[in-house]
Design a protein around this ligand. Sequence first.
Ligand code: ATP
Ligand code: MG
Length: 299
Amino acid sequence: MLDKARLRIAMQKSGRLSDDSRALLARCGIKINLNQQRLIAYAENMPIDILRVRDDDIPGLVMDGVVDLGIIGENVLEEELLKRRSQGENPNYLTLRRLDFGGCRLSLATPVDFDYQGVECLNNTRIATSYPNLLKRYLDQKGIKFKSCLLNGSVEVAPRAGLADSICDLVSTGATLEANGLKEVEVIYRSKACLIQRDGDMETDKQALIDRLLTRIQGVIQARESKYIMLHAPSDCLEDVIALLPGAERPTILPLAGDQNRVAMHMVSSETLFWETMEKLKALGASSILVLPIEKMME
Ligand code: ATP
Ligand code: MG
């Protein structure tokens, strides 16, 4: 039984978003045992229940207020939004945060031997896709008429199977397209995973928990994007060293025992340090350069 007092979060059960979603919640300190093949998992240390479903169901569960939060790809969310609007509904939800995983693009792709000269080449052709609403919005804006062939999987085989002239599908590396004799010709939507909240009143305790969770997510993502940098540098070229580290906050400068001419510098940088920059730092006289990952951050 679902307990209404507990925060309900929907996430993908198994697929491209599930590992990252699970890891994000774990990093936020939520202890969940997801080993069983169960639909609902209960957090041991917080009043949180995790609903594990197919990703396609997540936007609707949030829009219908069945769950409080959902972790979902923007592509699936936007498609559901457009679908519901086309059916005359006015779905509502809040986007709390874009997340740092699940990056992909929804693209048009044609067979490699298709002489593609621009999107108008697709006028009056048949396009296979799992995203008919996103595709329609894009092609309507360009004034292109098309026939869609709705497929919920294996979209990339449609041209070879004679089901469609081209496809509109998700791409991350392009390897699947290439393996199926297709080329990407137009990006129509760029997507990442995001965290959404249902619209409407939220109990005070639940909202406070959501706010805490959001601060932790912010800390996890910021930490992943940041590095802790330590190095020794000659005291007379500190400004030059700092200039090479644009993403770094004001560094902490510490004396080095027994060395009057050099200091230790510690700083958090919002960017990683590339080998090229490390080589430049070394050329300035810096040494003992360490770049460390950060586990958690709170500002
Ligand atoms: P489900 O069984 O939950 O319906 P699915 O097969 O529809 O799963 P997945 O392939 O697991 O979905 O993809 C889930 C989401 O991951 C996509 O909607 C998209 O937001 C994101 N994603 C990131 N990279 C890719 C990619 N290369 N191909 C497809 N989806 C990707
Ligand atoms: Mg799906």
